[in-house]
Design a protein around this ligand. Sequence first.
Ligand SMILES: C[S@@+](CC[C@H](N)C(=O)[O-])C[C@H]1O[C@@H](n2cnc3c(N)ncnc32)[C@H](O)[C@@H]1O
Length: 219
Amino acid sequence: MADGNRRSPAAAVFDALGSDYEKAFAASGAHRASLAWLLERLPPGSRVLDVGSGTGRPTAATLTAAGHRVLGVDVSPVMVEIASRQVPEAEFRCGDIRGLPLEDGSLDAVCVYFALLQMSRAEQADLVRRLALVLRPGGLFALATVPLDVEGFDGVFMGQGVRVTSFAAQAVTALVREAGLTVLSEESVLFTPAHPDATPEPQLFLHGRREGGEAAPAG
Ligand SMILES: C[S@@+](CC[C@H](N)C(=O)[O-])C[C@H]1O[C@@H](n2cnc3c(N)ncnc32)[C@H](O)[C@@H]1O
């Protein structure tokens, strides 16, 4: 799972931010609502992959507290160290999700909260397709991103230089559908992180399902 000697740009940014990221985003009601959406639908003891698991809060902490088995993967060693300490009930691995072997049909849910933004568009699309296959039929998919039509945009995020790539909201939804997932709900919000340099950012939370299993209610 190690990435070799070169630290990825995402690892550099999130190693520097560490727990400050969690503090800045702790008030996100939309993130909590997305987790509640999953908790209402997941069978007991579900296997969940959390892509870009950050500090483990709120995602892994909320899901493990409800009795689910969570594997978090993050490219930032600092984030993995914090998450392992804060959520010992979950398993965390340090590595780049783009190189992680994943078994098809093996998971009940996959979460990808704000972890795509340092990947190219082709990598984001490939990853969503791969994550869709990793779900068992009927498995649930939760994705959050900043839905902006930007490619290789150099900005500053919480004092750190970042290069951001994303899609406009409609294109995010299309990408998820093209991966073979049924989109069950979408929520667009404007959120201002609790950080002196922060400005309001658009966020899209999207929930979907791989067809073929028991029906989950829409909404
Ligand atoms: C914006 S933070 C979000 C953290 C967490 N998902 C949350 O919403 O609280 C994005 C996280 O994704 C991780 N990340 C970015 N690119 C990644 C990649 N290619 N593989 C694994 N983790 C990645 C970063 O290190 C960071 O911890």
